[in-house]
Design a protein around this ligand. Structure first.
Ligand SMILES: NC(=O)c1ccc[n+]([C@@H]2O[C@H](COP(=O)([O-])OP(=O)(O)OC[C@H]3O[C@@H](n4cnc5c(N)ncnc54)[C@H](OP(=O)(O)O)[C@@H]3O)[C@@H](O)[C@H]2O)c1
Length: 416
């Protein structure tokens, strides 16, 4: 309880109290005057974490208040999709392990047999991404939705947004997994096989990100997110999590490996003499992030949402690149060749230089995107995690890709 002597100091006090409470969990108050049964509630103010009751002994004297804070820190309800995938499984594991106090629901198409043993307090909802009604209903009941698994699936994203926009007391949060494929220069031949000087910032280049042409990877869903943020930003808080290529062992119960290395090695195996390869100069570069570093981003953004979102980027600023390093295709090819040769899997360690784009374009048969080969091995996608660095000093904390490449390669050879 506290006595404030004017409207201004009353507001100052509220802000200060909230600030102190959010940081140390307790605030010491003056006890100059107590309210009693004669006191009346003069006004009620809701903030993300509290309801503030302003009492007055005499409503005719509104410059004298006694303020009482009623904490309404309810258990945050988190709804996570894709929990058997590489990223989604890691997110689920990280959230449940780091925050056993959260109420977590996992949306699963198939439930791993040991799921409930490992995560006994996690509620399971079964369905697939076309189960729109279930997704909408679950999102409407959640404080925070974390959508993983398929960055391009429009119906599931629309269903989740619909649920989050249903009437609720405070705006819900949506973390959507995208990918830096959106910044890739694969669609033009200008920089294929050579370094593109453009490095995308998630602070300075967001207008450009929102104006990327529709042919870009993940653009279909990012467009939905940008439009929702622009039109409904007062009713929803969106954060797009945009990782580059990810490496490191996943933490979940389903898939624990990433996508780049198994696909690359499958193509290497098909090459004459099992040669690693690059296109053009091979100086085209892509960003990389360790799965542990990516989980740090998820954790920070989710914790910020639970704390009321203050100070973090949402909607217009709700975009997070996550890369901690970048490597050219030639560097990856050389390093991979050394590992393969040291395990007697190839003899010739000199990477093969490819000069035909047709060769790249026939490499990986991926439904809906025929240029996956040139995207993976010839394009640039260079990004900088400026927002996370600015917010909490995010920087590389896990072993770099080249330090753990042997592990990555040996794991990947089992995957095809
Ligand atoms: N891995 C990377 O390096 C990377 C980097 C940047 C962006 N991304 C993007 O992130 C997304 C996820 O990648 P990931 O590597 O985590 O994929 P993943 O390991 O294949 O995981 C996919 C997850 O989504 C679920 N899922 C997929 N389609 C579903 C559907 N129709 N209904 C219900 N569940 C469905 C899968 O469930 P089941 O287990 O039942 O199949 C699984 O849990 C992809 O779109 C990818 O483009 C990945």
């Amino acid at each position: 309880m506290y006595i404030a002597t004017s409207q201004v100091s009353y507001w100052r006090f509220l802000l200060r109290y909230e600030w102190i409470y959010n940081r140390i969990g307790v605030a010491v108050l003056n006890r100059k005057r107590k309210y009693n049964s004669l006191s009346k509630v003069h006004s009620t103010i809701h903030t993300q974490r509290s309801t503030w009751l302003a009492y007055s002994h005499n409503l005719e004297l509104p410059d004298l208040y006694i303020i009482n804070r009623r904490e309404h820190r309810m258990t945050p309800k988190i709804f996570i999709t894709g929990g058997t995938g590489y990223v989604g499984g890691s997110v689920l594991h990280t959230i449940v392990t780091d925050h056993p106090e959260y109420e977590v629901t996992a949306f699963l198409r198939t439930v791993p047999p040991t799921f409930s043993t490992l995560y006994p307090n996690t509620r399971i909802v079964k369905g697939d991404y076309d189960s729109s009604d279930i997704l909408t209903s679950e999102a409407s009941n959640a404080d925070i939705v974390i959508h993983n698994g398929d960055s391009d699936h429009e119906p599931s994203l629309n269903a989740l947004i619909k649920g989050l926009l249903l009437p609720r007391s405070t705006p819900g949060y949506l973390l959507h997994l995208s990918g830096t494929g959106i910044t890739s220069d694969w669609a033009s031949t200008s920089f294929l096989g050579r370094s593109n000087p453009k490095i995308w910032s998630d602070i300075h280049d967001l207008d450009e990100v929102r104006a990327i042409p529709d042919e870009a990877l993940h653009r279909n869903t990012e467009k939905i997110l940008h439009e929702t943020a622009a039109k409904q930003g007062d009713r929803i808080n969106i954060a797009v999590i945009c990782p580059p290529d990810i490496y490191g062992k996943g933490k979940g119960l389903g898939k624990t490996w990433s996508v780049f290395m198994p696909l690359f090695l499958r193509e290497v195996k098909k090459m004459e003499g099992g040669r690693v390869f690059y296109y053009g100069e091979g100086t085209n570069a892509r960003g990389w992030v360790h799965i542990d570093e990516l989980m740090e981003i998820y954790l920070k953004v989710v914790e910020a949402a639970v704390a009321g979102g203050a100070g973090f980027g949402w909607n217009k600023e709700g975009y997070y690149f996550t890369g901690t390093q970048e490597h050219s295709q030639l560097t990856i090819a050389n390093a991979t060749a050394k590992v393969l040769a040291s395990h007697n899997m190839i003899k010739n360690t000199t990477p093969l230089q490819l000069s035909s784009l047709d060769r790249l374009d026939t490499m990986i048969d991926y439904p809906g995107f025929s240029k996956l080969g040139r995207y993976l091995y010839a394009s640039n996608s260079r990004t900088r995690a400026d927002r996370a660095e600015k917010l909490w000093g995010y920087r590389a904390s896990a072993p770099g890709l080249l330090e753990v490449l042997e592990e990555e390669v040996l794991d990947a050879v089992q995957r095809f």
